[in-house]
Design a protein around this ligand. Structure first.
Ligand SMILES: Nc1nc2c(ncn2[C@@H]2O[C@H](COP(=O)(O)OP(=O)(O)OP(=O)(O)O)[C@@H](O)[C@H]2O)c(=O)[nH]1
Ligand SMILES: [Mg+2]
Length: 457
């Protein structure tokens, strides 16, 4: 039990030592990737420790089949653990451009479709699962007629249309991604049957075309499986369309957003905080992140709209500070929680390698803050998970070690008792032998005496 507890204490020490190393890494304000890399190293070290503990249990003959399974599952969970970053905002605030700038700038082009007006038409999960080839899986909008959740539909591959992705060709990738934003027009009845149109509600929903039809998305949900280094390490990005979709997909509001580890709420400097922005913030972002407001990032995008070379020196900074203050006030958060960025200029800066423009875009600061938050959250979750699972194993193996020690103690007592008994028996035997020898000597003496008398007579 002592060795077992020592082993676990050593594991905990290593867990906190690795933590210190990560914190040192974090002191250098690197990009998101650097922090996720540091997290991966920490997680790999943790997996190594769990494996080592497992090996020790096996060597000591303490691991039953159940314990083996538990530890294999724990390692598997640690390996496949994901980190979800959700982008939420009204349409055209620059969510998709921000994803392109933060995650896909290495492709030296705008990968995901980001255009003026409404672009992203369905919630899109971008991640990587090496069990599948690079592809886009698309769920037809008609699936809304079935009362089956997206989570359930994910388990039934036949419901999804799969488009392969040619990872080596940015042009073909960008072309394939355009499929996700396709729309079509349907009659009012059909749109109503899909829950996408309600003639009684005014505003917010889709408007009728001149032919009296309703424009709806072709797809209800998209999953992009893409072997990007960050995604390979378990990062999942959730891109969402504007308020319409948030309203029509309760699963998004009730399940996916509350489960996200970080929610980026995007506003645009050229529009300011509008009524519909506030609706998204109050009814979706705050509701989803209510219990953990630290995972909420308010991003004031498109600050390049304030850049004007003809303005007097310093007036840009003044108007930026004013806009950040106004945004913070409207959202009811401290101004430090508002990140002023230009996703578009950040993307351009990364593509062209323009460090000055990158610094001006404010992107690196936002990436650093997201990375720091994700690493902190993930470490806490993983530490809790490992402590819970391994802790319960230590308790049960501790019981086994106690039982073994008790059995050994009893055996020791018995052998001591036995050895006491044989000592007594030997003593008795010696006494008996001594007595027998005395009796023999006496007999011998009396016989000698008798024979001497006999000889004399
Ligand atoms: N000037 C400027 N334009 C930007 C910036 N970020 C995005 N845009 C533009 O704003 C438009 C909308 O950007 P998207 O990324 O499609 O916005 P979105 O929030 O994803 O919009 P939906 O997909 O419709 O919900 C595009 O034309 C972008 O090029 C920025 O930082 N500065
Ligand atoms: Mg978009």
């Amino acid at each position: 039990m002592f060795a077992c507890t020592e082993k676990w204490r050593a594991t905990s020490d290593l867990m906190s030592r690795s933590q210190t190393r990560i914190e040192t890494d974090l002191l250098e304000s690197g990009p998101l990737g650097q922090r996720i890399d540091a997290l991966k190293n920490w997680r790999d070290e943790l997996i190594g420790l769990v494996d080592e503990y497992h090996g020790w249990l096996e060597k000591q003959n303490l691991a039953s089949g159940e314990e083996d399974l538990k530890l294999y599952e724990l390692v598997e969970k640690l390996r496949s653990d994901t980190l979800t970053v959700a982008m939420v905002a009204e349409f055209s605030r620059g969510k998709t451009e921000l994803i392109n700038a933060i995650f896909f700038a290495n492709h030296k082009q705008r990968l995901l479709p980001s255009e003026a007006g409404r672009t992203t038409m369905c919630p899109t999960e971008i991640g990587y699962d090496d069990k599948f080839p690079p592809c886009i899986k698309l769920l037809p909008i008609e699936s809304r007629k079935q009362s089956v959740s997206i989570a359930e539909l994910k388990r039934a591959p036949t419901n999804w249309t799969v488009l392969p992705l040619e990872v080596g060709s940015p042009e073909k990738l960008a072309e394939a991604f355009k499929e996700m934003v396709k729309t079509k027009t349907v009659g009012v009845r059909d749109a109503e049957a899909l829950g996408l149109y309600d003639a009684r509600t005014s505003g917010g929903g889709p408007t009728l075309t001149s032919e009296g039809r309703v424009e709806i998305p072709v797809w209800r949900h998209a999953i992009i499986n893409y072997p990007h280094p960050l995604l390979k390490q378990g990062v999942v990005i959730l891109d969402t369309p504007g308020l319409n979709s948030l309203g029509t997909e309760p699963e998004l509001t009730l399940g996916m957003l509350p489960n996200a580890h970080a929610v980026l709420f995007v506003l645009a400097a050229d529009t300011g905080v509008t009524k519909s922005d506030l609706e998204v913030w109050n009814n979706h972002v705050c509701v989803a992140t209510g219990a953990r407001p630290t995972g909420r990032f308010a991003v004031l995008n498109k600050i390049d709209a304030l850049w004007d070379e003809l303005r007097a020196e310093g007036s840009y900074e003044t108007s930026l500070v004013r806009q950040v203050d106004e945004t913070a006030r409207a959202l009811g958060i401290p101004r430090e929680q508002v990140y002023a960025v230009s996703a578009q200029k950040g993307l351009v800066a990364k593509v062209k390698g323009d460090m000055a423009l990158l610094a001006r875009s404010g992107l690196a600061k936002l990436e650093g803050a997201i990375g720091e938050h994700l690493v902190g959250v993930k470490q806490q979750l993983l530490r809790e998970k490992v402590s819970r699972e391994v802790g319960s194993l230590i308790e049960s193996t501790g019981g086994m070690i106690d039982a073994r020690r008790l059995a050994l103690d009893n055996q020791l007592k018995e052998s001591r008792a036995l050895s006491g008994k044989s000592h007594e028996a030997i003593q008795q035997m010696l006494t008996r032998m001594r007595e027998e020898k005395l009796a023999y000597d006496k007999t011998l003496q009396s016989r000698c005496r008798a024979s001497r008398q006999h000889a004399r007579s």
